[in-house]
Design a protein around this ligand. Sequence first.
Ligand code: OXD
Ligand code: MN
Length: 627
Amino acid sequence: MAIANLFTRSAAPAIVPAAPVYGSRPDYSSGAMADLYAWVDSIAELTQPDRVHWVDGSRSENEALLREQVEEGKLIKLNPEWRPGSYLARSHPSDVARTEARTFIASEREEDAGPTNNWAAPDEIRATITPLFEGSMRGRTMYVVPFSMGAVGGPLSHIGVQITDSAYAVTSIGIMTRVGTAVLDQIAEGKPWVKTVHSVGAPLEPGEKDVAWPCNDEKYIVHFPDTLEVWSYGSGYGGNAILAKKCFALRIASVIGRDEGWLAEHMLLIRVIDPAGKAYHVAAAFPSACGKTNLAMLRPTIPGWRVETLGDDIAWIRPGEDGRLWAINPEAGFFGVAPGTGESTNVTAVETLWGNTIFTNVALRPDGDVWWEGLTDDAPAELIDWEGNPWTPESGRLAAHPNSRFTVSAGQCPQIAPDWDAPEGVPLDAILFGGRRATNVPLVVEATDWTHGVFIGSNISSERTAAAEGTVGELRRDPFAMLPFCGYNMADYFSHWLKVGQALRFDRAPRIFQVNWFRKGSDGRFLWPGFGDNSRVIDWIIRRVDGSVDAVDSPIGRLPKVEDLNLDGIDVPAEDLEELFAVDPDLWLQEADLTEEFYATFDGRVPAPLQSELSALRYRLRQATQS
Ligand code: OXD
Ligand code: MN
């Protein structure tokens, strides 16, 4: 098999002094690089691409890849007058979200994957997927993409290499991570790296014309935590194809974190600055498509408060020698949900997306810009919908897919913290757990201590959204918002959280809170305005951290005194406030029964301190029913 480089076919004439061939294999002599070369050769041997391209992360390379995708009809270049440097991709209609049912944890022992993951025996699943990868890149280019999660060389950072046959994935990884030869230098120095392989599973016969979004009906997203590998087949969707993100930075990294004493979390990261100029750091876990990006880019509606964005989806968190928890955002960009992102809901995101953005499955305007539901109050009179069909407001269907996305560099966010990529990260003051709950869960409740906070985290449940396949609206348990992302047994993960807490100084551990912006009244109306007004909840949280405000004990944790919430300038009727904080002991006893059922699925592996939190909760609730 001939493996040439992408641009060798147009190689410069011999009289031009030899310049490095674009996309060629960089020459290192270290033994560690020999391992990388051998691995790349073995994948090329298996997948049989026409060309191998080593990605150097340069601007000119990125531009060439984008240009090529436009020429091939895989990207539509948006009108530079409205959206410079930006593109629209339209996926195959069947490849629009993470495929949790096709996502596997192939740990040696089944109990290490646990009941919340699809487990597969490593040998068996290798035997199943290897034939799928055989020749899967025929007719295509195989890209080798070295990437770093976290600043290259940082103490909390980790590196990996993704092999992929999707240029769309390469250009997306270029936004979402730090790609380039600096990472190869690290590999050459012997730094461990994670191996990730991705194929869209659509080989081309000689002369066969490619389609706009190649993919395969058969999909496998397989993680091998014992050998730190990911193999993804059949999907081009970001969550399945940008392997540095969910696959590595959450599923594999959670396993590395378990073994090394740190946490890989599905959390945004912000710096909150109070009117006196004092800064606090908050991490918050919410299930997919529940407003994480909105909170990450919060514009407080209360005067004097500011928020700086540090990350919108993933945080790597490690106990420091000072007894505090330190966190970084390992990513370099945002892969956010477009619908619902608008001037009134997240003006910061709208400003971030001014250009240099890859949009996927949003609608196209006649003037060559993009649109999605919620960007503006009124829809344009005509659009091309996400499937490429003419659309008008009368069409009676959505113009953008509900899980349509933008991919954009973090550095483009107007309120990004100046030190957002500082290698050592930031010390955490508070951790929030949230979900989308129409009933029962108050606007905010504070855990009494770390163990109670872990108990709350283990009990998060939320109404399903479009970020993954499944029935939207259905209530599902999503502990720590990590249900689809924890790479090992969730009960062991609960124990790990307890253990990390023990490594902290008790007076320096972040305080833990549960929040719910989505509670509805009996008439089906949202009780809380949400968005920028969530700063009022953050304000109370910060004042709790500071010890400047009291709370009221309730059976489920500490609630604000309503008079301590800053409600200046908004009109939330007293009855709504009462409903927002109502705790119905009978309904909570039913929640406790569901917790018991959930814990029982782990065959006795849930740590005893959480079982005893459950008993204590029931005791307090029963007392409350009697009073
Ligand atoms: C995401 C997700 O894309 O959680 O961030 O699905
Ligand atoms: Mn996410």
